[in-house]
Design a binder for this molecule. Structure first.
Ligand SMILES: NC(=O)c1ccc[n+]([C@@H]2O[C@H](COP(=O)([O-])OP(=O)(O)OC[C@H]3O[C@@H](n4cnc5c(N)ncnc54)[C@H](O)[C@@H]3O)[C@@H](O)[C@H]2O)c1
Length: 340
């Protein structure tokens, strides 16, 4: 029965790590993947980089998700107190790794030739096997991803990690302001997923909105929308486009049922969108059978009311106006600033 381990910070996990983990898993009976973490050191590595500090729990979740169907692989997490890379005590770390694994280690895996003398000292009875030490197979490093950002190295980001980095863009506005079309067009252009307005599906189900929606429908809309968001983020390509959100649901709850609902506010407070696009109602009104507030002064008043709601919440939004071409063009520019 051979036992091996591969250690690292996985800050962030990339396909080079996945390569080493999968190869190593095929070379031993039991492989331990050790996440070594120290908040101070890991924060300092992310300082002045394009990747904010990633908690150990998030990194552990990635490793767990990655290896959950690899029967001979176990993921462990070991904390140390190093303030920076240079201060890391390899011997002490080695002792903690040995104690945590709790059985003789036959092989230590890495892709660093520089680790050989260190491993000889701390694991005198183990072999050090190097995996793609020239980094030719998967030419990427976590240092490079931190320095240059995850988006230009997107092809090296594993699927279990991508959702963490996805930028969430929400598009809001009152009825018939071109929201759903803009959302869909942006998703096509950026080749990614979209979250359609869940409220429309509920209205479609009922055969209309006016006079039919009950206060509890708005709660269902907010919950249903959140679930769709989660699903779309899992499959998104760098960005996800979201048509409306909980504050808009609140706005409609007020408009249709004259009721502000605490639960919608609370859901709204938990949202962490990266970009809010607020569409002005300056495009032609389109009656799709579900809309009821078509007169221009009503549209403008509703828009002002919506703006007041967003302002009260301290939400920073970008206003989008003009013809369809101008709207799309401005939205593209704003989205590009997030993923460059
Ligand atoms: N005490 C120990 O025995 C021990 C052993 C290993 C790691 N550690 C801990 O991990 C840290 C060092 O880890 P790191 O910076 O090497 O971690 P890392 O997260 O960058 O990499 C993890 C592992 O994947 C390998 N790897 C990285 N990029 C690869 C690629 N493109 N292709 C193939 N393999 C690739 C690395 O060589 C390493 O073995 C140390 O500072 C320490 O905290 C401790």
């Amino acid at each position: 029965m051979t036992v091996g381990f591969i250690g690292g910070k996985f800050l962030p996990l990339h396909l080079g790590h996945v390569y080493s983990i999968t190869k190593a898993a095929c070379m031993v009976d039991e492989l331990f993947v050790i996440l070594s973490h120290s908040e101070k050191r890991d924060r300092s590595l992310c300082d002045n980089s394009k990747v904010d500090y990633i908690s150990a729990q998030v990194r552990l979740r990635w490793l767990s998700q990655l290896t959950k169907d690899m029967e001979n692989v176990h993921v462990l997490s070991i904390k140390d107190e190093a303030e920076n890379e240079e201060e890391y005590d390899w011997a002490q770390g080695g002792m903690a790794i040995r104690n945590t694994i709790g059985k003789p280690i036959d092989i230590v895996f890495s892709s660093e030739t520089a680790y050989t003398p260190i491993f000889k000292q701390i694991y005198p009875n183990s072999e050090h096997i190097l995996l793609d030490e020239t980094r030719r197979k998967i030419p990427i490093s976590a240092t490079r991803i931190r320095k240059e950002g995850p988006f230009i190295h997107w092809n090296y980001i594993p699927d279990v990690v991508k959702p963490y980095f996805v930028k969430k863009i929400v598009i809001v506005g009152t009825e018939s302001c071109g929201k759903s079309t803009l959302t869909r067009y942006l998703a096509k252009l950026f080749n990614t997923t979209v979250v359609e307005e869940y409220g429309r599906m509920v209205c479609d189900e009922l055969g209309g909105c006016d006079g039919l929606l009950l206060p509890e429908d708005f709660q269902r809309i907010a919950y249903g929308h959140k679930l769709l968001e989660h699903q779309a983020i899992q499959k998104a390509n760098k960005v996800v486009f979201i048509d409306t959100e909980a504050m808009i649901t609140q706005y409609y709850s007020k408009l249709y049922c004259n009721q502000e609902q605490k639960v919608l506010d609370e859901i709204g407070d938990l949202q962490d969108y990266d970009l809010w696009l607020l569409l002005e109602p300056d495009v032609k009104w389109v009656d799709d059978g579900l809309r009821v507030h078509g007169e221009q002064t009503i549209r403008e008043n509703n828009h002002l009311e919506l703006k007041r709601m967003l302002d009260r919440k301290g939400i920073l939004y970008q206003e989008i106006k003009g013809n369809y071409y101008e709207r799309l063009d401005r939205a593209i520019k704003l989205v590009n600033t997030l993923v460059s």
